[in-house]
Design a protein. Sequence first.
Length: 365
Amino acid sequence: MSYQISILLPDLRIGGVEKVQLSLAEKFRNAGFLVKLLVMQRRGDLLQQVPQGVAVKSLNVARIREAWWPLHQYLRKEQPDALLAAMWPLTGVASVACKTSGFNGTLIVSEHNDFRRAPAITTFERRLLRYLGRFIYPLTGHVVAVSQGVKDSLGEIARLPSKSVKVIHNPISVSGATEFAEEDRHLVRWWQGGAAKLLAVGNLKRQKGFDVLLDAMSMVSARLDVRLLIIGEGKLRAQLNAQCSRSGLGEYVRLVGARPDPGPFYNDADLFVLSSRWEGFGNVIVESLAYGTPVVSTDCMSGPAEILDNGRYGALVSQDDPGALAEMILRQITAPHDVEALKKRAAEFSPEVAANKYLTLFGPT
């Protein structure tokens, strides 16, 4: 009988963690394992990108706190050989469900947020983890952090010993697409009309620091006709559009919504900018490097400095500092860049590398 791996996540809306799990699912399936995506709700644009041969099962619950019982039942009935659960608090629910269901397989929980900064982790949850983390996480077979910074935060907040957490960087793959969709061609002509093309990708939320990036663009555009595209959607869209209007950035910035595959934009950009206040890893940095596109990033917790090797493969600036960000953007637009070195660095975060590390933890025979 084939080794069965279930991968638990909230849903398949466009997001970095969701893309990572799809990438792992594909590699596990290609290696000959039976793979099932286990979601709280069957929804999201990424449903169309589920790899062939990978099943999707919904627990049909709207809230994480409701997931324990259907997950408990699933584990008792299906008895997969392994369960990979991503992101607190779903990882905590998975740990408890595995214990109550008598699950005899291997559980791996992967944490993608820096517990010291992420606002999605409430003060109550931090206190819970401080006092119970050493009891909750030992219920798992393995604890994985996607960056050294996330591992450090688990030690600080959940008091987990360093030896009990393994760092496995996110697997990042890109489609290699270079052709723009027909509906984007007018937008692209505008983007290509300036002296340089800047790109930012991410959910429109405070974490991503797009307000700081727009402040930096006010300074940059006063000195050079640079065009910025921000790809992503989120609750701050209206606020960011209003900021563009107040700052007179209408000629220089476009917020264009989400794209299932932003590959052609990475490929055509002169510079990628990450302005985040915090990260768990920073998938979009690797995606940019994979296309050979230079990167300017804030040196935030956690991930960017690890990916860029402390500035060797991209420029790092202080977070929440629009002046420093503006100066670095202007400097990097004209600086020489070793495109092949950037691509080679991205290859170090390939899905094959990560999948093999996870499979070693699963220990399939």
